[in-house]
Write a protein that binds this ligand. Sequence first.
Ligand code: MBD
Ligand code: FE
Length: 299
Amino acid sequence: MPSVTELGYLGLSVTNLAAWRTYAAEVAGMEVVDDGEGDRIYLRMDAWHHRIVLHAGEVDDLAYLGWRVGDPIEFEAMVGKLSAAGIAVTVASDAEARERRVLALAKLVDPGGNPTEIFYGPQVDAHKPFHPGRAMFGRFLTGSEGLGHCILRQDDVAAAASFYGLLGLRGSVEYHLHLPNGMVASPYFMHCNDRQHSIAFGLGPMEKRINHLMFEYTHLDDVGLAHDIVRERQIDVALQLGKHANDQALTFYCANPSGWLWEFGWGARKAPKQQEFYTRDIFGHGNEAQGYGMDVPLM
Ligand code: MBD
Ligand code: FE
């Protein structure tokens, strides 16, 4: 059965490209690449041409997610499998593939309405060493684990789980969180490689398509340095430093210039073969700035 292998790239629509340039480079340490197209800039995290495209736009939200498959055979099999399941999927033109810096891609929409792309063959600029936007102790942990994970809006969790299951991701509910109103939140996490989760959903209604992007540093000190910079610049922190029970990464969540969250992390364990669930995090992750859709009791 064909399967995606990693969350390969993201496209974001942003209203303030200048603020994003500063934040991505000086807070997160990503490399900003401008190919002179005028309406977009690229963020590098490793040797790939880019992992994130920032499109100058009217809205501040996710524009699309790119899921990688291994090669043309997997690509054809995946497009065939999705079509056979009754999902509308369109193979994009060569011009669109060039625009994404991949050999080929197909476009579809997930059950939450999130524009989704399946691709193979990213452009890897092996000749161009990754050059962080600020001093870094280590690097971004990408490789076969992809760029990180996202929490997406899904009004129908069962439909989302079966859609991402078709893409080849596995997972389950991993928390039962008791909310102050007496309800229980049951967020659902899915993986397609060693990264403990590449996607999650089911934390409740969301204004935007995306709640947060998590990326991981290879060195703990880069989380500490980012945290110092975030505090120095008085950027809103929605969840304080803490350790999740599922991926066991040390992370904190702060606002990006689009008003949704980036989760800065280090030290995640690899995806286990069998599912578990938890009722709280290991430590920390106290709620601080409200209104970012993360006012959930993880502790
Ligand atoms: C995560 O990465 C996360 O964002 C939440 C809310 C819970 C567990 C792991
Ligand atoms: Fe997360």
